[in-house]
Design a protein around this ligand. Structure first.
Ligand code: 5AD
Ligand code: SF4
Ligand code: FES
Length: 352
């Protein structure tokens, strides 16, 4: 079994794609718990990544500007149904202030992230994007604000937004139905991702590893979807339960499996921008460093004001809630350097 996996990893490295049956072999069994397979994939992934991006790790400053959400995803602490959460919304001026701080710390990409909060109209979002692009013409602006119409995505793009993050969460429609209430649709999620690509955004999709109901076949669907969609960015983190959600008693995702998938994504899409996510740093203290060694090349430290950090709780025990932007920035530098990489002060665009 393991032998077969080694040769499939070799094949993926050369051809960047596998058949459904081959993905099943690579992702199935318990072999991701086999340290040797993991290490083999990580070593190859790191080599492939280094050939394209060198020892650079790109940083993105993330401003969590609203924890208000009108959706009810079963896994997420920001879900509308969570009455135990104190909600906040940052003003336009607050958001710009966070970015101004971020610029001083060397961030050249700002990620504006929120729950699905209709309080921020298309006009407001466009205005913020436009002001950022005017004040910092050499910076990239990434939005991560959920499902919108084609026309809304188009307006943000015309205002200057460069990138958009929208995890697909699962490429398996049946599994999607287990993670979301009935008023959310897998078809619309996929429509959003297609629209974003068509509008010329560098587009990010991604999944939680080990989300409730996720089977090997779901992960196979995810890899086949991404192989075809060719996202510029891929967000992967372990599922972590949140105590005020319907999934409070579900098991967390596997740390090792997350690293393994980072490596396989790097081999499948060598140029992709893959973050070592906050969830990975939450499940293991040095998870993000290990993520880099498994093939990730992006880190997204928090630029949100300290007063609101502990309110943007997607899952329990999220890291960095007591730290300032400046502390996170220093922390990231040390972590990245501890594994032989360096933080790049640049936009860090997708290299075609
Ligand atoms: N555990 C891990 N990741 C989560 N997300 C939301 N809730 C959780 C959780 N409990 C991820 C989702 C979402 C992104 C912003 O955060 O994949 O797209
Ligand atoms: Fe809202 Fe996003 Fe959380 Fe779903 S994952 S509840 S859309 S913030
Ligand atoms: Fe925030 Fe380490 S990245 S404290």
């Amino acid at each position: 079994m393991s032998n077969k996996k080694f040769s499939l990893i070799d094949k993926l490295e050369v051809e960047h794609k596998l058949s459904r049956e081959e993905w099943r072999t690579l992702l199935g069994g318990k072999a991701f718990e086999d340290g040797e397979v993991l290490q083999y994939a990580a070593k190859k992934a790191r080599k492939v990544g280094d050939e394209i991006y060198g020892k650079d790790v790109f940083i993105r400053g993330i401003v969590e500007f609203s924890n208000t959400c009108n959706k009810n995803c079963y896994y997420c602490g920001l879900r509308a149904g969570n009455a135990n959460l104190e909600r906040y919304r940052l003003s336009e001026e607050d958001i710009l202030q966070c970015c101004e701080d971020g610029y001083k710390y060397g961030f050249r990409t700002f990620v504006l992230q929120s729950g699905e909060d209709p309080y921020y109209t298309t006009e407001m979002i466009c205005d913020i994007v436009n002001r950022l692009k005017t004040d910092y013409p050499e910076c990239a602006v990434t939005l991560s604000i959920g499902e919108k119409t084609f026309d809304e995505y188009k307006a943000y793009r015309e205002a200057g937004a460069d990138r958009f993050l929208l995890r697909h969460e699962t490429a398996n429609p049946e599994h999607y139905g287990k993670l979301h209430p009935e008023n959310m649709s897998w078809e619309n999620r996929m429509r959003c991702l297609r629209d974003l690509k068509a509008l010329g955004y560098q587009t990010g999709c991604g999944v939680m590893i080990g989300s409730p109901g996720q089977t090997v076949e779901c992960l196979v669907d995810d890899m086949l979807f991404m192989q075809d969609f060719e996202p510029e960015m891929i967000g992967l983190g372990p599922f972590l339960p949140h105590s005020d959600t319907p999934f409070r008693d579900e098991a967390k995702g596997s740390y090792e499996m997350t690293l393994y998938l980072i490596s396989l994504c790097r081999l499948m899409l060598p140029h992709a921008l893959i973050p070592a996510t906050t969830a990975l740093g939450t499940i293991k203290p040095n998870g993000r460093e290990q993520g880099i060694l498994a093939g990730a090349n992006v880190i997204m430290p928090n630029l949100s004001p300290v007063q609101v950090r502990d309110k943007y709780m997607l899952y329990d025990n999220k890291i960095c809630t007591g730290d300032t932007s400046s502390e996170c920035r220093g922390c990231i530098e040390r972590r990245v350097e501890s594994v032989g990489y360096k933080v790049a002060i640049t936009r860090g665009d997708f290299k075609a």
